[in-house]
Design a protein around this ligand. Sequence first.
Ligand code: ATP
Length: 241
Amino acid sequence: MQLALENIDKAFDEKKLFNDVTFKFETGKIYGLLGRNGSGKTTLFNCIARNLSVDSGSIAIIDDEGRKITDYENTEIGFVTTTTHLPDFMTGLEFVRFVMDLNRERLTTTLSASDNLTRYGIKVSDQNKLLRDYSHGMKNKVQMLVTEVTNAPIYLLDEPLTSFDPVAAYEVKERIRELKSRAIVIFSTHILELAKELCDEIVLLHDQKLEVLGNDKLQSQDFEKEIVMILSEEHDNDALS
Ligand SMILES: Nc1ncnc2c1ncn2[C@@H]1O[C@H](COP(=O)(O)OP(=O)(O)OP(=O)(O)O)[C@@H](O)[C@H]1O
């Protein structure tokens, strides 16, 4: 399966984020989306997840038979946002149970809601607390969990690991690696080491375009310098335009 962006444009008022972007993401790879603050990574995710529309061009899923589906549902997209939107009035356990029940036809786990929360490092004693009283990292874990256990062909992970403790981050990295065998995984991060460790391809969002970083550069000792150099060029261009 592929996720195909074709000639997409998107601007907010005067600020152009994507200029005639064409790109294909494929199942079986973890893509690391890198770009400077404000370059449009979250906006791109929101366009793919159908929370925002593009100004022109199209975003389509191409299935294994080669059919192009432009009117896909946003339930096809597992989206982990940087800021969580969870129901404060529910406990962690109630919420995970609720989501698992709602998606019982498309679960990727045979574990109970409680065991899944434990797997993410949420102690049994915390599982019955209201989500309103969870820390930022705990809320992020719950959001990642409910997204991961619901089978989706595309996962968009917007800086998902930044608030996780080392044990949870390790666990979640393993889960992300498992996802890629059955889904397209696009992962945005500012942590270059993490991108290098986890991603099969690095995609740079700069100069209003998407560009793959060559595999030689991904393996290079100067990986960080290469990225900084390319993304700095974007900054200079922005300043001139
Ligand atoms: N709904 C909106 N209305 C107007 N401008 C917006 C809107 N959403 C985002 N923007 C602007 O679009 C630009 C890109 O924002 P976006 O959040 O996509 O960037 P990002 O690459 O995810 O940034 P960061 O790395 O800082 O998280 C920013 O200048 C932002 O202010």
